[in-house]
Design a protein around this ligand. Structure first.
Ligand SMILES: *Cc1c(COP(=O)(O)O)cnc(C)c1O
Length: 356
């Protein structure tokens, strides 16, 4: 690229590393907290059946009305409180573009990396706040930091990725009530814990809750997420929304998933049961420290360098996540898989930790 163009980029963008996702075909994939079961064939056929007529040739419904009605029914809010996105990732960016440009964004970490990246892309300045030693967030301390840094956006995540702990709704409410900027609460893993603060949207005018179809609902490949927020907030974020951000196929698939949510609720139940067994076995391994989880993944600390454990597992055909960063020294994250996948992971880990 010519120097002249390079100089035209915002310095913050020049310093941003392009997001890289490792690709390892054929391995046991326990790195991205996806639903490990095959998408139910009957539902896939139902989705395909609805893709007749003009579904391919015409633009999608920019208002995603059928899907927003289905989400309204699922969450107990009205469609005016719902906005759908190309994954909840897009909604994080939409909220940052709407509210964070030129502002400080307070992010209690360790947490999901996209908050920082989207804050930077939107022209905001991320400010990292350290969580407590058990990865909880102290509302009083966070509010103090928000004042100190003059933050205008706070991003919370419950259950938190990659640590697995939830945040009491009372703490979310205290933060929203004590802060006059925007509070984003990411509940991507809500279905695994059943705990939510979404009802606060009725009484917190500055709270936006994000959810996704990528985890419990098995649609990571189709990119659908949604936001539940006060109508004024939805209208504000709608200004930066690409008109056709979610394609017809994805809108249809997400609506069919919600109509058949009992199928996925049964999968979640099975995953959590098998995940609890995985948790117990992992905890029994000598030298492994396991953190409590309310999501479909487990954060654990090993006696070895995480890069070595990660590479050793990959050599044995198992891909997990090495999240890295402050507070996560020697920590790795593994997703709940199918029982035989969990078994493969445990056996590989035993070899790696015992044999290095
Ligand atoms: C996986 C994940 C998401 C991503 O959701 P998409 O809808 O697939 O973009 C959002 N937030 C957290 C915390 C996640 O772990």
């Amino acid at each position: 690229m010519p120097d002249s163009l390079s100089k035209m980029m915002r310095p913050a963008l020049r310093d941003l590393k392009p997001y890289r996702v490792p690709v390892h075909p054929g391995v046991v994939k326990l790195d991205a907290n996806e639903n490990p079961y095959d998408f139910p064939a009957a539902l896939r056929d139902e989705i395909l059946g609805r893709m007749r007529g003009p579904a391919f040739t015409r633009y999608p419904d920019a208002g995603a009305r059928v899907l927003r009605d289905a989400i309204a029914d699922y969450t107990g809010f009205g469609p005016e409180n719902i906005m759908v996105g190309n994954g909840s990732d897009e909604l994080i960016l939409s909220l940052m573009l709407t509210f964070a440009a030129g502002q400080r964004v307070l992010i209690p970490g360790p947490t999901f990396g996209m908050y920082r990246i989207h804050a930077v892309i939107a022209g905001g300045s991320p400010v990292a706040a350290a969580r407590e030693s058990d990865f909880s967030v102290d509302p009083g301390r966070l509010l103090e930091l928000a004042r100190e840094h003059r933050a205008r956006v706070i991003v919370l995540c419950s259950p938190n990725n990659p640590t697995g702990n939830t945040m009491p709704a009372a703490d979310v409410e205290r933060i929203a009530a004590g802060f006059d900027g925007l509070v984003v609460l990411d509940e991507a893993y809500y279905e695994f814990c059943g705990r939510t603060a979404v009802s606060l949207v009725d009484r917190c005018p500055n709270l936006a809750v994000l959810r996704t179809f990528s985890k419990a609902f098995g649609l990571a490949g189709l990119r659908v997420g949604y936001m539940v927020a006060p109508e004024a907030l939805v209208r504000a974020a709608w200004r930066v929304k690409q008109p056709f951000n979610v394609d017809t196929f994805s809108q249809t698939a997400a609506a069919v998933v919600l109509e058949n949510r009992s199928v996925f609720q049964a999968q979640v139940k099975r995953l959590c049961r098998d995940g609890a067994a995985l948790y117990g076995r992992l905890r029994a391994l000598p030298g492994i420290e396991v953190f409590p989880t309310e999501a479909n993944f487990i954060l654990f600390r090993t006696p070895l360098e995480p890069e070595a454990v990660y590479a050793g597992l990959l050599e044995r055909g198992v891909l997990i996540r090495n999240p890295g960063g402050p507070g996560l020294e020697r920590c790795l994250r593994v997703s709940f898989g199918r029982p035989e996948e969990n078994e493969r992971f445990l056996r590989a880990l035993e070899q790696v930790v015992g044999g290095l």
